[in-house]
Write a protein of this length. Structure first.
Length: 374
């Protein structure tokens, strides 16, 4: 194998690949990326046995075909530190079991492992396939991923639940995430072919890797393929394959309250800023703030036996009975940050019941937040 490639093109590909590779590996080959050169193209593959990424990029047409593996993070760091715009030469010295990396006056020698040891996640049939706009997929992820649970014992909550659904008689692709304290639900138009898909739970790490790739996908389409155990996303020369979480996502519809009849509408930015300022005084552990609702106003307050107290009053379109309810301020801010419209709507039942939050400008997203005792 002998390859000549532009440093920036190689760096972009290696950045995606090394992000998949875990820093600590008990299986040595999983610390490596696999490089395949053929027909003037370089294919770079990486996996942690849960996620597999393959990216194809153009190289010098005179490159010699072949395959090799190399340490993912070391190779990425070398290429990252090479001068901008330089040409990088990669040569496999099979006898010495080394990969030679050259650029300008720099030369590096890296240990390689047999390509036959490198595993692949790409095998298996994917019976369901559809295309969807990268923008829609980005929105589904952004509106929900902050609510993914990090509690490993409830592994079935460690991802985004993706499934076809109906909303007001319209077919949608719905994404849901919850950690038991809050729930986020977002919807996009159901792509052709997606109706045959059963509900799947896409793991948290996969969601993060996919979101980074979508930033570079622009406004193009993403091809999505699904089986009972795997999901694959293909875009812009990159194929991301992931195992799905093998578990049953809870019946989230039961968590969404239907009897919340006390409505408050307020300026989203003013509310977000008030919560952010007042929470400065709340305890580090609970991050609790209290909302005191009165006709025409909401007072956001926090108190801390050591630090003192803070309150801020903001105007609100509210004309129901007075009520006080407490929330984790970080959870409130996470939700407010996902809203893009000027007006936020909060629907309450009582101080002990879940609250529904919506962006008045975006009917496709809904958030549920459990109150806390303050």
């Amino acid at each position: 194998m002998k390859l000549m490639i532009d440093r920036n093109a190689l760096l972009r590909t290696l950045s995606h690949a090394q992000s998949v590779v875990e820093r600590r590996n008990t299986i040595p080959i999983l610390a490596n990326v696999k490089l395949d050169v053929a027909n003037g193209q370089l294919s770079v593959a990486a996996t942690d046995m849960e996620i597999g990424l393959v990216e194809i990029t153009a190289a010098d047409p005179a490159s010699e075909s072949g395959s090799a593996t190399a340490p993912a993070h070391t190779l990425h760091d070398i290429v990252r530190k090479l001068p901008e715009g330089s040409q990088v030469e990669l040569v496999l010295d099979a006898e010495a079991e080394r990969m030679i990396v050259r650029a300008g006056r720099s030369t590096f020698q890296l240990a390689v492992l047999p390509t036959a040891d490198f595993p692949s996640l790409a095998d298996g049939d994917m019976p369901v396939g559809f295309n969807m706009a990268a923008r829609d997929l980005r929105l589904l992820i952004d509106r929900t991923r902050f609510a993914i649970s990090t509690e490993e014992t409830r592994y079935y909550l460690n991802g985004i639940y993706l499934h076809p659904a109906e909303h007001d008689g319209v077919s949608v692709l719905r994404a849901v995430a919850t950690d038991g304290h809050r729930l986020a639900r977002a919807e996009a138009p159901l792509p052709d072919g997606a109706a045959e898909m059963s509900g799947v739970i896409v793991p948290r790490k996969t969601v993060g890797e996919l979101r980074k790739l979508l930033d570079e996908a622009g406004d193009g389409d993403v091809a999505v393929s699904v089986s009972e155990t795997k999901i694959r996303f293909t875009m812009d020369g990159v194929i991301l394959t992931s195992k799905l979480i093998d578990g049953a996502f809870p019946d989230y519809e039961r968590v969404i309250p239907v009897g919340n009849n006390k409505f408050a509408q307020l300026d989203r930015q003013a509310f977000k800023d008030a919560v952010d300022r007042v929470s400065t005084i709340s305890t580090e552990k609970s991050r609790a703030v209290k909302l005191a609702l009165q006709p025409g106003t909401i007072t956001v307050s926090a108190s801390n036996a050591e630090a003192g107290a803070a309150s801020e009053e903001i105007e609100a379109d509210y004309d129901d009975t007075a009520m006080e309810i407490g929330f984790n301020s970080r959870y409130l801010l996470d939700i407010a940050n996902q809203m893009e419209g000027d007006i936020a709507e909060l629907a309450f039942a009582d101080p002990a019941a879940p609250t529904i939050l919506r962006d008045k400008a975006d009917a496709s997203a809904l958030y549920v937040l459990m109150p806390m005792r303050v």
